[in-house]
Design a protein around this ligand. Structure first.
Ligand SMILES: [Zn+2]
Length: 195
């Protein structure tokens, strides 16, 4: 196929070191292509490698098979004289430090959870070769938060009694959707109960 390269399977800035398709899922070993990383404390570029370690993350399925990435990450020495950060770990903007899925797979899991709910979404994800449990789907939806509702077009503002005949506040409602938008306590005695 013209124009397709294996490197297209991974995010820009990563190189593929090897692929193993002999097991139940395809495993792809990748590494960052840049030779240097900016120190998070002082910003100086560092190239002296302290050590390497592996991170395992699930990625989008390829060819009907689940895909696991093994990311070869590096720890660098910062050699800037005045910097207090002696060693730092490289970060990838596509992969948050504690993530177990790539951002692009996490986005799919989130949308499945929103569209179908936990159990049905987990079953459908299994058919798409995305191994996630019902609980994981719910956690991902909670973490991303629900989409913000459309702005109200008909708003009602009224007083409400916080404690009967004692303190009053203001309530703002979306009258079309019959939902409370905000409650504000004013914290002073109502004029009607002053004698
Ligand atoms: Zn530094």
């Amino acid at each position: 196929m013209k124009g397709f390269r294996c490197a297209s399977l991974v995010s820009a800035g990563f190189a593929i070191e090897g692929v193993d398709a002999s097991g139940a899922m395809t495993v792809m070993v990748v590494r960052a292509m840049s030779r240097t990383r900016a120190c998070p404390a002082c910003g100086a570029p560092a190239s002296r490698i302290h050590s390497r370690y592996h991170r395992r993350l699930m990625d989008l399925p390829v060819g009907g098979r689940a895909m696991q990435l093994i990311v070869q990450a590096r720890r660098f020495h910062c050699d800037a004289v005045l910097c207090g950060q002696r060693i730092f770990t490289e970060r990838f903007k596509e992969l948050s430090p504690w993530a177990r899925r790539t951002a692009r797979l996490d986005g799919i899991v989130h949308h499945l959870g929103l569209a179908l709910g936990g159990r049905l979404a987990a079953s459908f994800a299994g058919r798409l070769m995305i191994p996630v449990s019902n609980d994981t789907l719910l956690r991902v939806v909670r973490r991303h938060g629900r989409p913000s509702p459309p702005p109200p077009s008909v708003v009602g503002i009224d007083d409400w009694a916080w404690r009967r005949n004692f303190r009053y506040g203001t309530i703002v409602c979306d009258l079309e959707r019959r939902r409370t938008i905000a409650l504000a306590k004013q914290g002073f005695p109502s004029p009607t109960c002053q004698k």
